[in-house]
Design a protein around this ligand. Structure first.
Ligand code: PCA
Length: 217
């Protein structure tokens, strides 16, 4: 029998940056076996047109147990597990193809939002137990990451209800934060360890923990 799979999709650099921690971390974990599942990584272009292209085919081929997108959220200080994907694009900057949609849907006529199907609280507990800074987030923004997250959850809901999916935003790398005084960063070793722990916790918890969370933002 084939080893079950976890699909991990991370983005190329964008917005004038030379690196993207999301690209580095998915490459670092490609092929890694976590809780009996092999990680299959993909690096995605930061464009509205292509980010979700081929997503349904990849999922139909790999039939992953989990599908997780990873993106850079410059300025955030912790690994941020996203809870909600919204059906809205409102681009603060142009994407890597120079396209900057304003107030457009990701999928016309589709639901306003989807919740992640990852066990967020269990993943946070595992990360904190390993001393990795992590938080839950209620907004993945309205740029390309949210578009991928929404397209992923829409595809899973329609065609692959047994595959759980979600999105994780990550801080800048230290080399990027050098040019952003005052901004937090996370070293690639901590980030790789953290994403591996998050995947393991998701695989080990079919049900999420009942633990208080929430925030004022
Ligand atoms: N972060 C961007 C898009 C690509 C990435 O890594 C975002 O948060 O939308």
């Amino acid at each position: 029998m084939n080893t079950p799979t976890v699909l991990l999709a991370g983005f190329e650099p964008f917005g004038g940056e030379q690196a993207n921690p999301a690209q580095d971390v998915v490459r670092a974990l490609d092929g890694r076996v976590i809780a009996g599942h092999r990680v299959a990584s993909r690096v995605l272009p930061v464009t509205f047109a292509a980010a979700a292209e081929g997503l349904s085919e990849t999922i139909a081929t790999l039939r992953p147990s989990l599908a997780i997108g990873i993106g850079q959220a410059g300025g955030r200080s912790r690994i941020s597990i996203e809870r909600v994907a919204i059906n809205l694009i409102d681009a603060r900057i142009p994407d890597n193809a120079g396209v900057q949609p304003v107030d457009a849907p990701v999928v016309a006529g589709a639901p306003a939002a989807y919740f992640t199907t990852l066990p967020v609280k269990a993943m946070l507990a595992a990360l904190h137990a390993a001393d990795v800074p992590a938080e839950a987030s209620f907004s993945a923004g309205s740029f390309v990451c949210n578009t991928l997250f929404y397209a992923l959850m829409h595809t899973l809901a329609a065609h692959h209800p047994s595959t759980r999916g979600g999105f994780i935003h990550v801080p800048w790398l230290p080399a990027q934060a050098v040019r952003h005084p005052g901004a937090a960063s996370m070293a690639i070793a901590t980030l790789s360890q953290g994403i591996a722990i998050a995947i393991e916790a998701a695989l080990m918890h079919a049900q999420d923990l009942h633990a208080a969370g929430g925030s004022t933002h």
